[in-house]
Design a protein around this ligand. Structure first.
Ligand SMILES: [Mg+2]
Ligand SMILES: [Zn+2]
Length: 280
């Protein structure tokens, strides 16, 4: 981390945002830090990581953008021959050809329903924002995630949003790119959430922010990798019966170190955190 990069109120992460300065005319080109978390207040004790699709929101936004349209045969996803991120690039181009504009997509993202209990959980976290630092890691895209967070007035709760970069091409179609490259055999080529979380914790440690505990709220198979890196004392909150939960249950006993609290409503996450806060 170079000097001054994430130390002030503008943690600029070039290339990770859908509307970076390379795409003029698309609004501010950075992800900003939460102004409420500025010094001199002591750093938060806990890090809470949120997934987006089917965790914060109750749908898979990659499906929601179709709005009931059936994909033509040549666009059906074959996981053996095409990475999912590439597949979504083609889906977005096809939607563009169907006349779906970025503003239409934005409206879809903004109207995604929240998962049960999420408004209460966010209210709780907002009330205790001195204790909890929030980040969001999503394999959707920055355009959609940011649109939803802003529409629900929750953007400032999150210190960082990590998601695939998106932009608008010359035809006015939404485009998508990979987040990064990595060597994790478990994760899709465009994004390893485990690597993102590890690097974030390292970066924060370099800024003298060491979290007592890390909490991870997710649902998907790609949430298993970061949750697998959690330590005893940390808590994984897998959505009950979803892939992340199933993968945790398949682990040999003693392998998965974090406490596991499955949830059907985010109220159960809130209750867990509430106990912790009351114990403080
Ligand atoms: Mg998800
Ligand atoms: Zn991974």
């Amino acid at each position: 981390m170079g000097p001054g990069r994430v130390q002030d109120g503008f943690g600029i992460i070039p290339g990770w945002v859908w509307d970076d300065p390379g795409n003029p005319g698309m609004g501010p080109g950075w992800i900003w830090d939460d102004p409420g978390a500025s010094p001199p207040s002591p750093p938060p004790l806990f890090l809470l990581v949120f997934d987006f699709d089917e965790t914060l929101v109750d749908e898979n936004s990659d499906d929601s953008v179709l709005r009931g349209r059936a994909l033509p045969g040549h666009l059906q996803h074959d996981p053996d021959s095409e990475p999912y991120n590439r597949h979504m690039q083609r889906v977005l181009a096809w939607l563009g050809e169907q006349g779906v504009r970025p503003s239409d997509l934005r409206a879809t993202y903004e109207s995604l329903p929240l998962s049960p209990g999420v408004p209460n959980l966010l209210k709780f976290l907002s009330k205790h924002r001195r204790l909890f630092e929030l980040i969001l890691i999503s394999d959707a895209n920055v355009f959609g995630v940011e649109a939803k967070l802003r529409a629900m007035g929750a953007r400032s709760l999150f210190r960082k949003v990590f998601s695939n970069p998106a932009g608008v091409d010359g035809r006015g179609f939404l485009t998508l790119g990979p987040f990064h490259s990595h060597r994790c055999p478990r994760c899709p080529a465009n994004m390893c959430k485990g690597k993102i979380l590890r690097e974030y914790l390292e970066q924060r440690a370099g800024e003298d922010v060491e979290f007592q505990r890390v909490f991870y709220v997710g649902d998907g198979a790609n949430d298993f990798c970061p949750a697998g890196g959690l330590r005893p004392g940390d808590v994984a909150f897998p959505r009950k019966g979803y892939p992340m939960h199933r993968l945790i249950l398949q682990e040999p006993p003693g392998t998965f170190q974090a406490t596991v609290v499955p949830w059907e409503s985010a109220l159960e996450v809130e209750r867990s955190l509430q106990e912790l806060v009351q114990g403080k």
